[in-house]
Design a protein around this ligand. Sequence first.
Ligand code: CA
Ligand code: CA
Length: 194
Amino acid sequence: MTRTHVLATVIAACALAAPAAPAGAQEITVKDARGDVWREADTVNATPAPSIRAGDITKAVIAHDGRRVSVRIVFKRLARKGAYIQAAVKLQGSKGRVVREVLVESSRRDRNGVVRVFNAGGRPVGNCDADHDIDFKRDRVTLDVDRRCLHKPGRVRANVNTARATGSGIFYSDNVHDTAAESLAWSDWVKRTR
Ligand SMILES: [Ca+2]
Ligand SMILES: [Ca+2]
């Protein structure tokens, strides 16, 4: 799903509170560089914007226990409440390599944000229990899904890309894996704890 596509998509009007990763969950932390935000005037042309702090990821924590897979994305500064922000997190389970994309978005209309889950082909996945939380004060976005959405894998890994948009339609993007504008990389695998 491209960002243009995502922007054009009507945001559903529902918001759920997301619990933090349960104590004892197996988790890994992926650290990202600071000052590696990109400015994207369209879906093709991107230029480095090292002075931009809003939307600059500093780390992501991926956790996996017997029930849920969660990803917490921490920013140098997230955005002002009401701005359009997007966290696109792909999760892959080791069992059958099933991929789900968990998309969290907030906007002026949906300040607390919404979460939706898609399959690898970009089609919505029903019957997948997903929660999210956008914490503007602590500059973080958290999401989690029932691991049954990934066919109960023994290990999972994640790909994390984020973006925010200005009122004039300029995107600023970052990912947790490298200093590129967008990344297809996967994190290390995260085993489940019982
Ligand atoms: Ca960063
Ligand atoms: Ca980065």
